[in-house]
Design a protein around this ligand. Sequence first.
Ligand code: KIV
Ligand code: ZN
Length: 520
Amino acid sequence: MTDKTAQDHVLIFDTTLRDGEQSPGATMSHDEKLEIAGLLDEMGVDIIEAGFPIASEGDFAAVSEIARNSRNSVICGLARANFADIDRCWEAVKHAAKPRIHTFIGTSPLHRDITALDQEGMIEKIAATVAHARNLCDNVQWSPMDATRTEHDYLCRVVETAIKNGATTINIPDTVGYTAPRESADLIRMLLERVPGADEIVFATHCHNDLGMATANSLAAVEAGARQIECTINGLGERAGNTALEEVVMAMRVRNDIMPYRTGIDTTKIMHLSRRVSQVSGFAVQYNKAVVGKNAFLHESGIHQDGVLKNVQTFEIMRPEDIGLTAKNIAMGKHSGRAALRAKMAELGYDLGDNQLKDVFVRFKALADRKKEVYDDDLVALMADASASGDEHLQVKKLRVVCGTEGPQEAELTMSVGGEEKFVDASGDGPVDACFNAVKMLYPHNAKLDLYQVSAVTEGTDAQATVSVRISRDGTVYTGQSADTDTVVASVKAYVNALNRMHAGQGRANNSALQTSAAG
Ligand code: KIV
Ligand code: ZN
């Protein structure tokens, strides 16, 4: 054990905005990225990986602004092992009070083949690029991508080279989710024992979840001496995702007896971040997801319900309020006023400005007229399209749908297109298809519908539906969300929302060659 590993503090490095945002189809707008970064900072995340500055102008702008706005967190950007990437990264993160450059290269035989570098050539490249980064920034993280499939002797050599040239954090990625807990721990232990200078730096663990072992592998690495966990909210990330922040943090808290580590995370912010990341990324959280899934605190079987009523600890190992789930779920009725709504939203983690409150209040009243009980989850769903400002290019004005056992189903749609109201009558194979056809007739476009997903917010036949839509055109992806007690209305609004983003050029490159070839 070294000085650093003897400490019980584990740094939380959140990469929702970089590795998470890389998930195919995840698109966050510039403003949404800024909002998520602000929430992560407030939650106590030690390091925020804000993006990959050279990947696009959009990424560069987001990382720069997140750096400027940062308060407590270190702001980190990703860069491949070349000077241009590193310089661009520095240009973006240098605005932060605490900047970090994270540079990496694939070190396993498979990756060495791709880069056409032999072992010695790669060592030279690592030395030069890490030294270059360190000349720009005092805080440099280096990662041997695919570390868990890199020969141990060679891994020791590359890590030693990075440390000698100025790396202050060494991250050990399990890029393809290949390792298992014991091996993950052994690898960190081996590096701590064999690499000269290992006691001078912090070891980080970065695990992907391809075999469902990311959280276990990260915690095993910590037990062996790693003191930084890289993770994302909801485990968002490519393929099966990354280690989930909420899982590692709550595991260390609930099982502090066997994992005696602490983090600076305010766990009561977890639920709000989970909901916001799900909304802005368009990735729903599975119902049985650990910690933040809808069912995580629900008890269905009689035996469980009986036990929980007598003593909640019989079937609950953490309290809902520890992750920011409010105890009272029946929220508001149609007589509730603006002040009550503002207070309730604040309890749910939303700090609404006056204009936003005005907009949400109008939609809350409309919902309360249609729905007997407005639950917390309904209010959260209302926020899904709270960004609608009223000056969008496309606005749904009126919709009537005819559906039933005999088709074709029909939709009569009035929509404002660039300020001009237009009407159309369209048919289709089902009501949603008829509506989407109507939208396309009023706003002809060549985007492809990649995803259409509906989920119920609460129980009951008057439950709101949240709909996520993802479309793409010329390699750029646009998403839209909406919620309504009428599933068809929510569908059309989500579709129109995505089209508005396309119209405004607020998309994200799909499978950008840079990102997929460069980082896992
Ligand atoms: O999974 C991975 O290897 C990565 C690196 C860029 C750290 O995300
Ligand atoms: Zn990764």
